[in-house]
Design a protein around this ligand. Structure first.
Ligand code: K7E
Ligand code: CUA
Length: 660
């Protein structure tokens, strides 16, 4: 769901029919506080110095970041900067990482991050990477879990609103992407300038498959051209369905204004079922057509420790009418949102934002319907399967405004209901609801560690709630969103813990800590630092003038910079501080900031080189200092740079430790 923040729940209930339904069948959710029992406290207590069992990687939503929590404690461990500049460590501000945020629209230092998804091997989390999509300027990031840094960002061309993303196939062969907002598409760019009212004729969507190489390298392998609708969410199949991926699709009305009304008329929308394996094989054999599709691929060059950008001009597109068998539409009640595949790969569950039941499709029945050509129609050459033939069950009484489902691996599914503010547990055998628990308030996604893989952990569930209201001390009009940890190990769900989240958590991934901790990088080997501007010893530190550019090759070690006195810089110069942290120990970063710099500090990890650009505008002597409290004499870790008038003849000079 998009941020539907902080409005009174009554506003949501004022949708007339739903309100009647909700109030009749559910009453007003109680405001009782279920947490706080000593039993619950015991279950989430991680003693000082002890570690959590799981990493919780929560999307930051409009923060564009990936905050990381420990579970079950709810401790905030770190925030990984991804699509947004971060002053905490200079990501997106320093010269080395700015290229990560390059796009065909130029430098874009913000985005709306939605769905983190861990890399998988054989349908299970493997702890190598987390992928996450940017919704606003379509991109997918790959985050490296050896150093918790963004390693790569690829832009998705011919797309607007990359929401049905970034879900992986069982061996991370592909990551998905799809157009949320269809747009005009034409090989001749001038033809893109069309009236909005020509939506039905001119607007198109794409569903993209991003190939992931052995080292994680991403490329847009192919796009499937699809009719202009809104593609919302996706999940790849597993087990028997592992060659397939499923995408929800709303706005079959093709509305282009006031969608809340105009895109809610039809009784059924669709899930697009795509045989990605077949499409990929076709592409490998040369099928499809290369069309314009400018997009950037940005990646960290590990050797040089700096990000690089490459522009790719075209993309391979498949027209499904020319390649029967790669895509089918599954009719699905009213504006489905999430689409989730159970651990066996047999059932495909659609969230029904406006549906009174929760439909569950059967993969086996889908295959039969395809074989029997059991179609109820066709849209732009894409067969529409017969609903009655493919639906396994409609779960009754599964809450109002169902959005997302996860699984516990013990035969149960858990679905969030936004409007009735609850999580509903139901059986994958009987398709009957067996338990429900109130959440505070209005959950969007939920997460069970491994809950969308073949092997869920089945111990905890985290509800990611959109509305916070009175759960914590108030912080003015703006409140953080909220997570709730729920014990799902027994028959009855039990609320254990509330904790606030940073940004807006859409999806999240819970990954067993033992899959990650042994691979942690503690510092970068200085001898392997091949950054072109690295300074590996203090004796190599220097300041070099090159016309109006001044390069300061600088080192830091507890507790001084070399050099720390610099003269000969002039107003109008551009000064590059290339700082190498020559420490070789864990958890000893040094920071760097200089007065008047119009960018963030640097925070340089041991063995790493980072560059801050400074344009001095005034004559004077300017201090610089270390921003990270690194030692008892951190406060002594400082220096001066003298700035002379533009026409001055002060020569460049520099020193450390020469007093008087
Ligand atoms: Cu439901 Cu982006 Cu997955 Cu938000 S989306 S909740
Ligand atoms: Cu180095 Cu503080």
């Amino acid at each position: 769901m998009e941020p539907m923040k902080k409005k009174s729940r009554l506003v949501w209930w004022s949708v007339p029919l739903i309100a009647v339904f909700a109030l009749t069948f559910y009453g007003c959710p109680s405001q009782q506080n279920l947490s706080g029992s000593s039993d619950a406290a015991q279950k989430v207590y991680v003693a000082p110095g002890e570690h959590d069992e799981y990493y919780g990687m929560f999307s930051g939503g409009y923060s564009g970041q990936l905050p990381v929590y420990g579970l079950p404690s709810g401790r905030h461990l770190y925030t990984i900067p991804v699509f947004t500049q971060s002053a905490v460590n200079g990501y997106g501000y320093n010269e080395e990482t700015k290229p990560m945020l390059m796009t065909s629209h130029g430098y874009v230092p913000w985005d709306d991050a939605h769905h983190p998804e861990g890399s998988q091997t054989n349908g299970e989390l493997d702890g190598r990477w987390v992928f996450m999509n940017a919704n606003n300027t379509p991109r997918i990031a790959r985050i490296d879990l050896t150093n918790f840094q963004t390693a790569e960002i690829i832009e998705i061309p011919n797309s607007a609103g990359n929401h049905a993303s970034s879900f992986v196939t069982v061996n991370t062969e592909y990551v998905s992407a799809a157009t949320r907002f269809s747009i005009p598409m034409d090989e001749n760019l001038e033809n893109m300038d069309v009236p909005i009212s020509s939506y039905a004729d001119n607007f198109k969507g794409t569903i993209s498959f991003i190939k992931v190489g052995d080292e994680g390298q991403m490329s847009v392998d192919f796009q499937i051209l699809v009719p202009g609708f809104n593609y919302d969410l996706s999940h790849a199949g597993k087990g028997p369905s592992e060659d397939w991926a499923f995408f929800t699709r709303y706005n079959s009305e093709q509305a282009h204004t006031l969608l809340e009304r105009n895109a809610s008329r039809n009784d059924k929308d669709f899930i697009a079922a795509i045989n990605w394996r077949k499409a990929a094989d076709l592409v490998a054999e040369g099928a499809g057509e290369d069309i314009p599709g400018e997009h950037y691929r940005n990646y960290m060059d590990h050797d040089q420790q700096l990000a690089k950008s490459e522009l790719i001009e075209t993309v391979r597109v498949l027209d499904p009418s020319e390649h029967p068998g790669i895509i089918y539409y599954l009719p699905t009640p009213k504006s489905p949102h999430g689409v989730d595949v159970d651990p066996s790969g047999q059932y495909i569950v659609a969230g029904g934002k406006l549906s009174s039941v929760l439909p569950v499709h059967s993969f086996e029945k889908i295959q039969q319907a395809i074989e029997n050509e059991d179609y109820e129609g066709e849209i732009d050459g894409i067969p529409v399967l017969n609903y009655e033939s493919i639906v396994q069950a409609e779960v009754e009484n599964a809450g109002i405004g169902t959005l997302h489902t996860e699984f516990d691996g013990n035969g149960y599914a858990y679905t969030t209901a936004f409007i009735s503010s609850e999580i509903v547990k139901w059986s994958l055998e009987t398709f009957e609801v067996v338990d429900r628990i109130d959440t505070y308030y209005s959950p969007g996604h939920l997460m069970i560690p491994g809950g969308d893989t073949r092997n869920p952990e089945g111990k905890y569930l985290v509800a990611l709630n959109k509305i916070t209201k009175d759960r914590y001390l108030p912080t003015g009009p703006e409140l953080f969103h909220s997570a709730q940890l729920i014990d799902i190990s027994g028959d009855k769900m039990e609320l254990l813990l509330d904790f606030p989240t940073d940004g807006e958590p859409h999806y999240a991934q819970g990954i067993r800590a033992d899959l990650i901790i042994d691979n942690q990088i503690r510092f970068y080997e200085l001898e392997n630092n091949n950054h072109p501007d690295a300074t590996k010893t203090e004796s190599e530190a220097r300041v070099v003038r090159d016309g109006k550019n001044v390069h300061v090759y600088m080192t830091s070690i507890r507790s001084h910079f070399t050099p720390d006195n610099i003269e000969g810089v002039k107003v109008g110069d551009t000064v590059y501080f290339h700082l190498t942290n020559i420490e070789q120990d864990w958890d000893v970063p040094h920071g760097f900031a200089v007065m008047g710099a119009q960018t963030s500090e640097l925070l340089v990890m041991p063995g790493e080189t980072r560059t801050l650009v400074w344009n001095p505008k005034k004559v004077g002597v300017f201090p610089f200092y270390c921003t990270d409290f690194c030692s008892a004499l951190h406060q002594e870790m400082q220096g001066y740079v003298r700035v002379s008038p533009e026409d001055s003849d002060v020569e460049i000079s520099y020193r450390t430790g020469t007093q008087g």
